[in-house]
Design a protein around this ligand. Structure first.
Ligand code: SF4
Length: 398
């Protein structure tokens, strides 16, 4: 009987109308026998809604610029414009990279990743002006348009941090989806010497506003939690509670990522209270997330940050590996290579599941694509899907 884990409150869909914070904390700290029970319930919900299929998105990671106005202490990606290693790519140069790789590696997703609000800095504004752009969003739209019109099958997924609703409207025509991590929804992390003290847009109110704006603009959005960034268990639980509420209230959330902080070349010395979660903590968080978020919302965990143990994430109820690139590194976690697709398939199949390729927009949204996708994106997406909304097997890469 699940009298101490909180799952006794769950309905047959795995959801409780009003999950209690103390019970979520119990799930996030469950001991062996309780955890096995939670995992088993999470797997049942995953299998009911996603079947025996685990998905991934075959992507190329394009970091248009690593210049960022925030300064999260765990970040290995961002630079100030004057720092060694800072860069910004011209849209025509960046799209040539995509074109070079898309055919060879059968890429379907272009992950467009940048620092937040790079045009806060005069150096970047001047550079953009010299290329003919009035601001960062105009520059971003130029690249997205090129991806849509100059590649055969690739569609963008945009992850550039906080945007206003007006800016979301501007990019909507050229992207299949957007991403914004809730990370840990605690204003405390924006204070003292904590990781978001110099990152105002990481305040949870901005992340939640962004997600609500996606609902209004009708853009599918990926969000999630990042654990191990100095949060308490209570803050981790509150974040999952917010993700529960958002997925229950909004239609626009297509997936929830459970990501673990892992130290990198810069973060290891800068964030003294960051600590990589144990594999057990990842399992607890994935399974609890699966039980809390709406059952038809995908739960994803990145395989490259699990140090070879990612198969366990399937046992915890995950149904998706996220974007995996056969060609580019993970610029956000540059010291953690993705497994090969061959190995991902082997691990997935060894647990009784089929590995399938998806696009950066999930089948549920493709089925309702007149609502969720612009004409130009919809036309491209429909070229390569089968009747389930996943990539047609004849277009899959190996
Ligand atoms: S994590 Fe994102 S917002 Fe924070 S410093 Fe890095 S690039 Fe900027």
């Amino acid at each position: 009987m699940m009298t101490t884990t909180g799952t006794d409150k769950m309905t047959s869909t795995g959801l409780s109308d009003k999950p209690r914070l103390d019970l979520i904390v119990q799930m996030l700290t469950a001991d062996c026998s309780k955890l096995i029970d939670i995992m088993s319930q999470a797997c049942k919900i995953r299998d009911k809604h996603f079947g025996k299929i685990i998905t991934y998105s075959r992507k190329v990671f394009i970091p248009l610029t690593n210049v960022c106005s925030n300064d999260c202490l765990y970040c290995n990606f961002s630079r100030r414009p004057w720092e060694k290693g800072a860069f910004i790519l011209r849209p025509d140069v960046a799209v040539e990279l995509v074109k070079k790789w898309e055919q060879k590696f059968k890429i379907k997703e272009v992950l467009v990743c940048t620092g937040e609000r790079p045009d806060t800095f005069a150096e970047i504004r001047e550079k953009l002006k010299s290329w003919g752009f009035r601001n960062f969003v105009e520059y971003l739209c130029e690249f997205l348009y090129k991806v849509i019109t100059e590649t055969r099958y690739a569609v963008p997924h945009v992850n550039v941090g906080y945007l206003t609703i007006e800016e979301l409207k501007q990019i909507r025509d050229y992207t299949a989806s957007v991403g914004i991590m809730l990370e840990i929804a605690s204003p405390r992390l924006c204070t003292d010497e904590l990781p978001h003290k110099n990152s105002p847009s990481k305040h949870p109110k901005y992340r939640i506003d962004f997600i609500r704006a996606c609902e209004r603009v009708r853009i599918p959005v990926t969000t999630g939690t990042l654990i191990g960034i100095c949060e308490t268990i209570d803050e981790r639980a509150r974040t999952l509670l917010i993700l529960h509420s958002l997925t229950m209230q909004l239609e626009c959330i297509q997936e929830v990522i459970v990501q673990n902080y892992m130290p990198g070349p810069r973060s290891a010395t800068r964030c003294t209270c960051c600590e990589p979660p144990t594999l057990t903590d990842m399992v607890r968080t994935i399974a609890t997330t699966r039980l809390l978020v709406k059952p038809d919302v995908s739960v994803q965990a990145p395989p490259n940050l699990a140090l070879g143990a990612y198969g366990v994430y399937i046992l915890a109820g995950a149904n998706d590996w996220g974007g995996v690139s056969p060609v580019t590194i993970d610029y956000v976690n540059p010291t953690y290579p993705w497994p090969s697709i061959r190995m991902l398939k082997k691990v997935t199949e060894s647990l009784g599941y089929e590995l399938r390729e998806r696009l950066p927009v999930y089948p549920k949204f493709i089925k309702n694509s007149r609502t969720w996708l612009s004409d130009i994106v919809r036309e491209k997406v429909h070229q390569i899907i089968d009747d389930t909304g996943l990539v047609d097997k004849k277009y899959e890469g190996e």
